[in-house]
Each structure stands twice: as structure tokens, then as C-alpha cells.
Design a protein around this ligand. Sequence first.
Ligand code: UDP
Ligand code: MG
Length: 311
Amino acid sequence: MEISVVVPLKNEEESLPELAAWIDRVCQNANLTYEIVMVDDGSNDTSWKIIEELHASNNRVRGIKFRRNYGKSAALHTAFQVVQGDVVITMDADLQDSPDEIPALYKMIKEEGYDLVSGWKKKRYDPISKTLPTKLFNAATRWMSGIQLHDFNCGLKAYRLDVVKAIEVYGEMHRYIPVIAKWAGFPRIGEKVVEHRSRKYGSTKYGGWDRFINGPLDLMSISFVGKFGKRPMHFFGMLGMLSFFIGFCILLYLSISKTLFQEYGIADRPLFYFGILALIIGSQLFLTGFIAELINRNSSIRNNYLIEKEI
Ligand code: UDP
Ligand code: MG
């Protein structure tokens, strides 16, 4: 099989038949063998029923139904475990991404040797409340990761099969897949300008104010995990050593000045408390480092999702 199209969706009943027909048309015309994996991420409309109908009329359409809503990252991760196509293409269900881009994306992976190609919605059809935060987000992510993409969060992306099998997407990390891929050892990341359309049916699932808090937090944890995920002690140990050393020096200085110059009681000096505090924080950081290392040794519980049905 040449292409797997992965579609995470929540409450997109109106779009699905049109999307499936469109993908089918494009792939047939380009002579590409394909499958579509639709992941129903806890919809409470008739999305799953529609997926079942689409599957009945075209067995290239597969479906996975989550028991509840786990989020887009979970949906992508679960689909990545079952896909089989040489090139995996992810696409939003709301018809904002155009299936017409599939053949060109396929070609970039197959012939130009990219590990990952990310879509770039150069001209966006979204309200300014979405486009402005996105600009900030992209600038911060570029700066932090060193990957020169204009549009990290574009739902339309193409991957070589072994890339999706190797990376782990969890939490809200779907926004940072290029960063995760780079750190996993897939540095050839390309970009393609793609056509973007305004939402035809339904409404956005990512319009809330919590994006402004969660986005920066995710960026911090992704860069932390990327740098120190496999060796947390290097992070905590370094800070702990620094803090411990500062505390030690302060207390040493206080003890010496007390013995040599018979100063008044060292407990009267504010510096004394600072020294003690630094010592305690230092040892706490060390302990945190050890605990992080222990957790690291047996952490495989991140991606556990209850699947209700699979077709
Ligand atoms: N989505 C999902 N789970 C969620 C939220 C969204 O699978 O919890 C899907 C949604 O159905 C759509 C895609 O993720 O196919 C992108 O969501 P949306 O279009 O609402 O985001 P926007 O384009 O507004 O950023
Ligand atoms: Mg959308």
C-alpha cells in the first residue's frame, strides 16, 4: 500500500462522506493505493455511524472508535500504530485541508527524500483570534527547536512510515510533531505551501482561552523532555549541585568569619538563612533527579487509550 490517510475527528458528521469521497477521487486519479484510518475521538454526534457506513461501501475506509474523548494527539498516536502505507498523511476532518495535496506530498517523501513534510497554510481562512496566537507560537517553536517551519501546527502533514512508528505523540504534543521527529533522529523536514479553506461545517474544537496557557507550557515541557527526557539527572543534578555549592560556600564563609573575627552569632545574619535554604534546595533537587531516573526506567503507561470498536 502506498498511502495511509489518518483523520482524527470529533463531531464532524457532516464532513466525513465528502472527505472520504474526495480522498478516494484524488488517489484513484493519481493511481495510488490507499487506506483511510478515521479515529473517532469520542464524538457525540453520528460520526461513528457514518464511518461504519463508509466502511461498508468502501473497505479502504477503516475506523477506530475511542470510548471517550482523549484529544487529537491520542487519536494520531493510535492510528500511527495500525497504519501500513509507505507514506502516512494526516489530515483534519473538517475539510479545511485539501486532499488535492496528497499526490504532491507523497512525491516529496518518496522522491525527494524527506522524513516529514509539513503543510504551510500560507493564506489562512481563520479568524484573527486564531491566526495571531499561531504566529507567536510558531516563532517561539522555531526559536526553541531550530527547525525553520512557518506552520508547525498544520493538520496536513506527510511522513515516511518508519517515522510515525518511531515517534511518540501524547498529551497535546501533536503541535510539536516536527520537533519530536527531529529529536527522534529524523532531521530531513520539509515544508509545502498548501491550500487552506474555511471551515464548512461544525465549529472549531480549539478556540478556548486555555490555549494561551497550555501552549507555552507544552513548549517548555517538550524542550525539557527532548533535552533531558532520557537523563533527567543531568538537569536536576546540575541545578542541585549549583545550589548546594552556593549554600556550602555561604556557610563556610560564615563559620570562618565567626571563628577568626569573633563576630556576633551567625544566626543573626540574613545570609545564614539563605545558605541553609540553598543547601536544602540543592539536596531536594538531587532527590528529584534520582526519582526522575527511577520513573524513567519503567514508564510505558503514557499512551493507553480504551478503544471501543475497530473496523
Ligand atoms: N479533533 C479531535 N479531537 C479533539 C479535538 C479535535 O480529533 O479533541 C479533530 C477535529 O475533529 C479536526 C481536527 O482535530 O478533525 C482539528 O480540529 P479543529 O478543526 O477543531 O481545529 P482548528 O482547525 O480550528 O485548529
Ligand atoms: Mg479545523
